[in-house]
Each structure stands twice: as structure tokens, then as C-alpha cells.
Design a protein around this ligand. Structure first.
Ligand code: SAH
Ligand code: SF4
Length: 374
């Protein structure tokens, strides 16, 4: 077998093949996995520094018009008490982030498209920008919207948008979503294109360990991110939720620990392939292992999203089961995370936006014809 240095060199090459990536993602030897993860961490530290940036996560609303087969807050789950934060509640969470020096927030919601919601989000973004003197960076993660809506929210002050592709394989996409126009692979891809064209920093990602997902699918996902020339990626393990249709397939899933290791390896491989993008340490990793996010930082991630949703709502935003920190006060999360990150030799980039240098360096802002090459 090739040594880890040559595997890392292969991933760094623009000509890396699908089968080479697949081979690396299939490695089971713990020592070789560790060497790849260490290599990715070094690449992150060289490109970005020994620094982690925070994005305070505000789970704005669990109302959702969609029905993704894997998600605990899908529209047709009747067991959920639906909520929407008021403008004041969202602003107060954002002020907590600003005063704590977080630098940026992410506002995430179920997918909603009504005119009232679109205007409310526009107001929320503008109010946060105004109250924080433009100092707080705002990422939105509110699903598929029209070009006009994306543009309005951008104009109001959001400058990053996170929309996971979930998988780059259209057939697999079809298996984890209802078969209708609201859940279309083509439409999701089109959204990514529009988001980029409007000028947002573009973030996407996938779930790892879905039923029927192959290592080749995951290898393709990594090439997809590179072809799309994304600025940010958030990817983590798929974790089953008992109130979803996909739960019926739980017997066919990889064991949680394997999903965990595969997710860490995906992060490392991506860091090696795209040294200067922002990669989030997904919270779902911590649902499997208590220090999953810190281990993701040591695998090459550089972003953590501490949950700053008002505590009363957190238990209603369960995308998957065992979601960590649903009962912790934001202040507790902050202190606990900080000491855990310092313990692994990372500083926290307080009061900085922590934009990806990839975005700054990106000369070509246009959207490539991404599906031709993968
Ligand atoms: N509604 C928006 C944002 C909220 S969902 C959207 O769908 O884009 C945010 C992400 O949570 C999804 O993109 C999906 O990747 C992830 N997610 C949902 N259910 C999950 C599960 N069961 N396990 C792991 N991740 C899940
Ligand atoms: Fe709604 Fe997003 Fe969950 Fe799909 S993944 S059901 S769009 S919240």
C-alpha cells in the first residue's frame, strides 16, 4: 500500500482521480487514517493558522414546507411543536454573539417561502446589521428561495449562504426526498448557481452514511465541491430520526462509529484538496462522540457553530436524534468550547468574520459547468 505522504500528494493534485479518492476514503487502517488527518490539520494550520472561527447558530424557526425523508422537522411530522422566533428574540441572540466576540452568526430555518416570512427575514438581517454596526457577519441557511429573495436578503446584509446539496448523486438524492418538484435535484443545483451569482460566499455540503450511499458517491461529492469552487463546506454524518420515513432503513446503515470515521476522513480529504476554504466541524459529529467537533478541527476543519438559539426552542429543532447541547445555556456552551479548543492548541478568532481566504482569492466568480467534469 502507498504511504500516507503519497496519498496526500495525490489528493493535492488537480488531476486526482475518482478512484484515488475512493481508495483513500476506504482506508480502514487506523494509523494511516490518523496520518492523513494529521496531514490535513497541518495543511489547515499553514493555510489558515492555529485558529478556529465561531458562527453562532440561531435556529430561527422549525416550520418547514418540505418533507425531506431524513429530517426530524419535516413538514409532515405532527409530533413537533412549531415555533418562529420574534425579531426581538433573534436580535437578542445576535447581540449575545456580538458581545461575546463571535464575529459571525448563522440563521437557519426550515424552508419557508411565503411573502411574510421573506420580509421578516429581510428585517431580521437588516436589524442585526444595524444593531451591531455592521460588525457581525451573517450567514443564512434557509433553503431554496427565488433569485429575488436571495438578492433581497443579500442586500439587507447577509453575505454567506449555506445550502447543502445533501449528495451530488441525483439518483441517491431521489431516494432521500419525495418525488415532486419541491424536492428536485436540478432545482437545488440551480439555487447554488444563483446564490453564487448574486455574490454570496457559497457554502454547501452532504450527509455521510446515507442508506445506499457508496464510497464512490462520497468521492464524487468531494470533486463536486472542487468543481463548484465553493467557499465553505459543512458535512457530517447522517443520523437517523425515528419520526422519519428513512428510519425504516436503519438496519442497512453503517454503524455510527464508521459513519463518524468516514466523516472525519471526508473532512481531511477535502482540506487537502481545497486548503483555503472554510470547513465546519458539524455538530452531528458530537452526537456520536463527545469531542467529535474538536476531532474534526484536528482533521482539518476550522469553523464551529455554537448553538445560541434561545434555550426554550432548542428541543423543538431536532433534525436528528441525540442532538448535543439542546439543554445548555449559550454562555455555558461558550466556556466549555473555548477550553476544549485551547486544549488542542487552537485559538479562537474572536471579533473576526473569518471569511474564507478562498473567497478572497477566487478570481473567477462565475459558476462553472459543474456536471460536465464529474
Ligand atoms: N431547511 C434548510 C436548513 C435546515 S436543515 C435546508 O434544508 O437547507 C440543515 C441541514 O441539516 C440539512 O441540509 C441536512 O443536511 C441536515 N440534516 C437534516 N436531517 C439530518 C439528519 N437526520 N442527520 C444529519 N443531518 C441532517
Ligand atoms: Fe425542511 Fe431543511 Fe429539514 Fe428538508 S432538511 S425537511 S428543507 S428543515
Amino acid at each position: 500500500m502507498k504511504d500516507s505522504n503519497s496519498l496526500i500528494a495525490a489528493l493535492q493534485s488537480p488531476g486526482v482521480s475518482l478512484s484515488e479518492i475512493e481508495f483513500i476514503l476506504s482506508i480502514k487502517d487506523a494509523q494511516v487514517q490518523k496520518e492523513i488527518r494529521d496531514g490535513a490539520c497541518q495543511i489547515k494550520r499553514k493555510a489558515i493558522g492555529n485558529v478556529v472561527h465561531y458562527r453562532g447558530l440561531i435556529e430561527f424557526s422549525n416550520l418547514c414546507e418540505k418533507d425531506c425523508l431524513y429530517c426530524g422537522i419535516r413538514g409532515s411530522n405532527p409530533a413537533i411543536k412549531r415555533y418562529e422566533l420574534t425579531l426581538e428574540e433573534a436580535l437578542s441572540a445576535a447581540m449575545f454573539a456580538w458581545k461575546s466576540g463571535y464575529g459571525s452568526i448563522v440563521i437557519q430555518t426550515g424552508e419557508r417561502t411565503g411573502a411574510k416570512f421573506v420580509s421578516l427575514m429581510e428585517e431580521v438581517v437588516a436589524a442585526i446589521k444595524n444593531a451591531t454596526k455592521g460588525e457581525l457577519g451573517i450567514t443564512l441557511s434557509c433553503g431554496e428561495q427565488t433569485a429575488d429573495t436571495y438578492a433581497r436578503w443579500f442586500k439587507a446584509g447577509a453575505h454567506r449562504y449555506l445550502l447543502r446539496m445533501e449528495t451530488s448523486n441525483p439518483e441517491l438524492y431521489g431516494k432521500i426526498h419525495p418525488d415532486n418538484a419541491k424536492h428536485s435535484f436540478a432545482r437545488r443545483l440551480e439555487s447554488l448557481k444563483i446564490i453564487k451569482q448574486i455574490g454570496y460566499q457559497l457554502g454547501t455540503g452532504v450527509m455521510i452514511g446515507l442508506p445506499d450511499q457508496t464510497t464512490m458517491d462520497l468521492a464524487r461529492d468531494l470533486l463536486f465541491f472542487r468543481e463548484l469552487d465553493v467557499d465553505m463546506v459543512g458535512m457530517g454524518p447522517y443520523i437517523e430520526h425515528s419520526a422519519t420515513p428513512l428510519y425504516d432503513q436503519r438496519e442497512r446503515l453503517l454503524p455510527l462509529t464508521e459513519r463518524y470515521h468516514l466523516s472525519q476522513l471526508m473532512i481531511s480529504a477535502l482540506r487537502i484538496m481545497m486548503s483555503d476554504i472554510n470547513i465546519a466541524a458539524a455538530t452531528a459529529l458530537q452526537a456520536i462522540k463527545w469531542n467529535g467537533r474538536e476531532e474534526a478541527i484536528l482533521s482539518g476543519a476550522n469553523i464551529i457553530m455554537p448553538n445560541i438559539t434561545p434555550r426554550t426552542y432548542r428541543s423543538q429543532y431536532l433534525l436528528y436524534e441525540n442532538k448535543p447541547c439542546t439543554d445548555e445555556h449559550p454562555e455555558m456552551c461558550k466556556n466549555c468550547l473555548e477550553s476544549r479548543l485551547r486544549a488542542i492548541g487552537e485559538d479562537i478568532g474572536y471579533n473576526q468574520w473569518g471569511d474564507s481566504t478562498h473567497h478572497k482569492n477566487r478570481k473567477n466568480q462565475s459558476f462553472k459547468n459543474i456536471l460536465t467534469n464529474i
